[in-house]
Design a protein around this ligand. Sequence first.
Ligand code: CTP
Ligand code: CA
Length: 226
Amino acid sequence: RVLSGRGLDLAGRHVVVSAGGTREAIDPVRFIGNRSSGLQGYALARTAVARGAEVTLVSANVGLPDPAGAKVVRVDSARRLREAVLSAAGHADAVVMAAAVADFRPVRQSDTKIKKSSGEPEPVHLTKNPDVLAELGEIRRAAAFPRVLVGFAAETDDVLANGRAKLERKGCDLLVVNQVGENLAFGTPDNAAVVLSADGGSVEIPRGPKEDLADVVWDLVVARLS
Ligand code: CTP
Ligand code: CA
């Protein structure tokens, strides 16, 4: 059933969506994580299926039912997410990076549970994770493929200026900028955003269901694919 009234305008297209938030292990029972629920990424996957796309959903630590009709690849860490996204992106028309990818991971992961023991705790030293979206931007610069790259950004201040700079830095076509706070974004069914495009345009999406935002993103993707 086509819910959006947009018809099957993604038929014959393969899209990759990443969703959720990565976890970076400290030891076998502890990790560094983030508050991403996966709701926006799953809404993107569902709406893309409804519009006829072949969908690969790279899902990082999301407690939601698999969207019917999507191929779901489960990952844990940023490095695993990178492997899954890059391998699916090889035959994708569009990649939408809705996942919250950890910027840093512990340098060392203990094979055994770290014990409380006596004295002061050892500091957790961090190192940078690969930037998957920036890497896709590089790949696309060289290979002109995948044709459309979409990033997400949650900003708390200077939302538009930070978003514009980020879009350029990552080499993506569209950047969906959420303002975090005021009970928006994380874990809620609603979202509000501005979608910035590389050609200088911007589309404001008023507060509403994450499905509606997803459909506007796919409208912009479809326009760039045809
Ligand atoms: N992203 C990614 N790989 C990373 C970090 C982020 O692919 N290691 C992607 C996210 O999935 C998102 C976009 O990049 O689509 C923007 O993420 P964001 O965290 O806002 O950007 P950063 O470049 O990490 O900048 P910041 O310092 O603001 O966190
Ligand atoms: Ca980040």
